[in-house]
Design a protein around this ligand. Structure first.
Ligand SMILES: Nc1nc2c(c(=O)[nH]1)N[C@H]1C(S)=C(S)[C@@H](COP(=O)(O)OP(=O)(O)OC[C@H]3O[C@@H](n4cnc5c(N)ncnc54)[C@H](O)[C@@H]3O)O[C@H]1N2
Ligand code: MOO
Length: 394
């Protein structure tokens, strides 16, 4: 069996970035910028006031000095004249600072009577002017590829860029397999269960910037399976769920083993996830995930998130791990990497990571209670509470 790292490298080698399309900024949520964008203007485009008050000459603010208010500068409506000695202009936050002014006196620091203000004896020392281009200059860029976050979407809008080149959302076809499966809301017979893996994986896929296509459930016969796989035409990636192992009805496993799939690998030294496979079906990249619900989801995190990132043109890399302190003693690990469902919690300033006692790969309730996958390398010796461990946050 190959290692998780080797398997991930082979999965990523099957995939290329999608093509680039242009979208409007209103549709940019969670997309990935494919080419740099360039600011069309300075921000702010003019020196502007940071406070509500009066635009003044800084040399004229002696205690009890009086200044004549000669006009108003509001956000969106500037004062067109120039401030001369003894004068000031009423100004509001965001408004252009008039010619001749080099400071904003906040309104709390003066009293006004008619068109005259009197400066208080004890005033704030800040100037409250935001210089033109203080945030960024015209011509400054946001590099690509980069995931579009709320803040860089706002930044790009401020740059006066409306149309953005982004990677097309990869389409991932999800094929649940098994005679025992029915759709939620259907009435299962006594031998049937509700198909859940496809919905969990759909949520995982869509929350990482791809589109999931839910296919009809494939039954445990070759005709049904190939009919559904053929319906995946046009997808960037096919993900099958279940039927990956060695039982008589595990048809994906058979296809991987007998070469019906253009198989890159079959079986990985990981727990859960041993029967994982990858290859191509009629030219389309395919990842076959095991059917146990937790195995499906864990493999989804470990392989599909990096796969989606690769298809979105982002760096090809495994999920980033973090270090925590183990909360309990653990016996030696077996020959497979173990992705243990765990709970991490900050206690006395330390991140304590404690794996759940029950690690069976059918237990979705345990997976749901977990906030981390604690990773144990193959054949790692026994560990004691207090040892450093690696984990991936969920
Ligand atoms: N003799 C051996 N048996 C098994 C081995 C092995 O090495 N030798 N490996 C075990 C491991 S590890 C895993 S993981 C499972 C994986 O099996 P399959 O991928 O073939 O999965 P299925 O048999 O189809 O299903 C397993 C389990 O999960 C349920 N399931 C399947 N699909 C869904 C779905 N869409 N939603 C909810 N639940 C689903 C299914 O009903 C089964 O209970 O094989 C072991 N066996
Ligand atoms: O590898 Mo299986 O996915 O352990 O349950």
């Amino acid at each position: 069996m190959i290692s998780v790292d080797e398997a991930l490298a082979q999965v990523l080698a099957l995939l290329s970035p999608t093509d680039i399309e242009t979208i409007e900024i209103r549709d940019a949520t969670a997309r990935v910028l494919a080419q740099p964008v360039i600011a069309k203007r300075d921000q702010p485009p003019f020196a502007s006031s940071a406070m509500d008050g009066y635009a003044v000459k800084s040399g004229e603010l002696d205690p009890y000095a009086q200044l004549l208010v000669i006009g108003e500068s509001a956000a969106g409506n500037r004062f067109d004249g120039t401030i001369k000695a003894g004068q000031c202009v009423r100004i509001f936050t965001g408004a252009p600072v008039p010619e001749g002014a080099d400071r904003i006196l906040i309104q709390e620091d003066c009293t006004r009577s008619g068109n005259v203000i009197t400066v208080n004896p004890d005033i704030d020392t800040a100037h409250y002017i935001r210089p033109a281009g203080g945030d960024f200059r015209a011509g400054s860029t946001i590099d690509a590829p980069t995931p579009l976050t709320p803040s860089n979407i706002a930044l790009i809008a401020t740059m006066n860029v409306n149309e953005l080149p982004v990677y097309r959302k990869p389409v991932i076809a999800l094929v649940a397999t098994g005679d025992e499966l029915v759709h939620p809301s259907e009435t299962p017979n006594q031998d049937q269960i509700i198909s859940s893996n496809n919905f969990g994986l759909k949520a995982l896929i869509e929350s990482h910037g791809a589109t999931a296509r839910l296919l009809p459930i494939a039954r445990d016969d070759m005709d049904s399976l190939t009919t559904v796989l053929d319906l995946c035409e046009g997808a960037d990636l096919i993900v099958t769920l279940g039927g990956a192992s060695v039982g008589d009805h595990d048809l994906m496993g058979k296809m991987a083993a007998d070469g019906t799939l253009d198989t890159e690998f079959y079986k990985v030294a990981m727990r859960p996830g041993k029967p994982l496979m990858a290859g191509r079906y009629k030219g389309t990249p395919l990842i076959g995930l095991p059917g146990n619900p937790v195995s499906s989801l864990v493999c989804g995190y470990v392989f599909l998130i990096p796969a989606i990132r690769a298809m979105l043109g982002l760096p090809r890399a495994a999920l980033a791990t973090q270090t925590a302190t183990l909360g309990i003693d653990l016996p030696a690990n077996g020959p497979r990497s173990h992705y243990m469902r765990a709970h991490c919690e900050i206690t006395d300033g330390q991140n304590i990571c404690t794996p759940f006692e029950r690690q069976d790969s059918s237990l979705l309730s345990v997976m749901t209670a977990a906030n981390a996958l604690m990773i144990r390398p193959p054949n790692q010796g026994a560990l004691s509470a207090g040892d450093d461990v690696q984990f991936v946050p969920l």
